[in-house]
Design a protein around this ligand. Structure first.
Ligand code: IPM
Ligand code: MN
Length: 359
């Protein structure tokens, strides 16, 4: 296969973790005879610095004309708590998601047997957890009209959804459930919000088209508790943009570090693969950031293009790194490896199933 991939490594630790993802993808190309051509472009704070815009036209054009996108991280603390900042790095990613119609964000959550002690949650609770969040990515509070008054004493964000937006992601979620444990949990706040009531109505109707899949509805406040006290109950967790953002960070505690969590953002024509973590600017350039989220995004990319064996190979390489304790400091195991070293281990495993550090 021949794929042209836009690489938007962005800000903070983005470039260094994305580099490991590129290394892994390149190694897969070598072993399985695929050609992956990378083209870099700016997004986020670095793009504002270079061009004045968080998503320059050149970047958007490149993304429109590539087969897929690898994304790193976005943001810079200098824009936080700065009311004067008119443009924010994050706008680049939000605009990209919207422009490319990336409406479904898929975030797998898993407890690794080797990492039970990396999570503050008890082993008995974690064991066997394996679910996936389907987060709607083009609507809701993120994209509704925003207002502030001149005095700076009032602000509003409108939460809107239409039936079409809900229908699209719901079908994807139910199809995924059919290949898994056949359960969809819709997470909403239907006791309070009109948008949530619309979600329930639409999703309940679609559920009748998938008689083999059970639909359960859960309020988001309860879900945030259930994710910690009984995460095994979830299979496919379907939810809106903001709830999905919050709950997936919470769920990352299950695996032991947000640095392990990858995601796929899927649209009708385009696809983007990214870690769910942020820019972690304090760690930039220190070779301590966990590259696994970024490397697992490559596994999601390969899977998306039907390269199942290749995708499994990347996952196997990551799992081998984890069982060999070749992981970064965030996982709190005894050994400590750098960003680059974890990447090298994965590459070495892909190329010759080798164990780079323990011969
Ligand atoms: C994520 C991030 C983004 C979001 C930010 C960077 C805009 O937190 O992908 O989860 O809120 O969607
Ligand atoms: Mn987030």
């Amino acid at each position: 296969m021949n794929l042209k991939i836009a690489v938007l490594s962005g800000d903070g630790i983005g470039p260094e973790v994305t580099l490991q993802a590129k290394k892994a993808l390149h190694a897969i190309g070598v072993v399985y005879n695929h050609e992956f051509v990378f083209e870099d472009a700016y997004i986020g704070a670095i793009a504002i610095e270079k061009t004045g815009k968080p998503l320059p036209e050149q970047t958007l054009n490149l993304c429109r004309n590539t087969d897929s996108i690898l994304f790193g991280a976005i943001g810079d603390p200098k824009y936080d708590n700065n009311p004067e900042a008119k443009v924010r790095p994050e706008q680049g990613l939000l605009q990209l998601r919207k422009e490319l119609g990336l409406f479904a964000n898929i975030r797998p959550i898993k407890a690794y047997p080797k990492l039970m002690n990396s999570s503050p949650i008890k082993k008995e609770v974690l064991q066997g957890t394996d679910f996936v969040v389907y987060r709607e990515l083009n609507g809701g509070l993120y994209f509704g009209e925003k207002n502030t008054n001149e005095a700076g004493t009032y602000a509003s964000d409108l939460c809107e959804y239409n039936e079409e937006e809900i229908i699209k992601i719901t079908h994807l979620a139910f199809k995924e459930a059919q290949n898994r444990r056949k359960k969809v949990t819709l997470v909403d706040k239907a006791n309070v919000l009109e948008t949530s009531r619309l979600w329930r109505k639409v999703v309940t109707k679609i559920a009748t088209e998938y008689p083999d899949v059970t639909l359960e509805c859960m309020y988001v406040d309860n879900a945030s508790m259930q994710i910690i006290v009984n995460p095994r109950q979830f299979d496919v967790l379907l939810t809106d943009n903001l709830f999905g953002d919050i709950l997936s960070d919470e769920a990352s505690v299950i695996s032991g570090s947000i640095g392990l969590m990858s995601s796929a953002s899927i649209g009708e024509k385009h696809s983007l693969f990214e870690p769910i973590h942020g820019c972690y600017t304090e760690a930039k350039g220190k070779n301590i950031a966990n590259p696994i989220a970024s490397i697992l995004s490559v596994a999601l990319l390969l899977d998306h293009f039907g390269l199942d064996t290749e995708s499994k190979k990347v996952i196997a390489a990551v799992e081998k790194a984890i069982v060999s304790n070749v992981v970064t400091v965030d996982l709190k195991v005894d050994s400590q490896f750098g960003t680059n070293e974890v990447g090298d281990f994965v590459v070495n495993y892909i190329l010759n199933e080798g164990d780079l550090y323990f011969k």
